[in-house]
Design a protein around this ligand. Structure first.
Ligand SMILES: [Zn+2]
Ligand SMILES: [Zn+2]
Length: 70
């Protein structure tokens, strides 16, 4: 499998869309993987600071409204 951007062998797959990228073209991105209530009833988010992102797709932080479905 080759990088989406160049002809180098891929080193990782984008967490969001699955495209493969090499070490040169991988982009770090922060994402939330879980929400939970902490010991003081404070909602907390478990975040991962450097997930693999291809730099090509556009991950949305929230569900995208799709009014055309109505
Ligand atoms: Zn590349
Ligand atoms: Zn992607």
């Amino acid at each position: 499998m080759k990088c989406w951007h160049c002809e180098e062998p891929a080193r990782a797959a984008c967490k969001f869309c699955g495209r493969f990228v090499c070490k040169e073209h991988v982009k770090p991105m922060a994402t939330f993987i879980a929400m939970y209530l902490g010991s003081t009833e404070t909602p907390k988010g478990l975040a991962v600071a450097n997930v693999v992102w291809c730099g090509e797709c556009e991950p949305q932080p929230e569900p995208v409204p799709m009014p055309e479905l109505y």
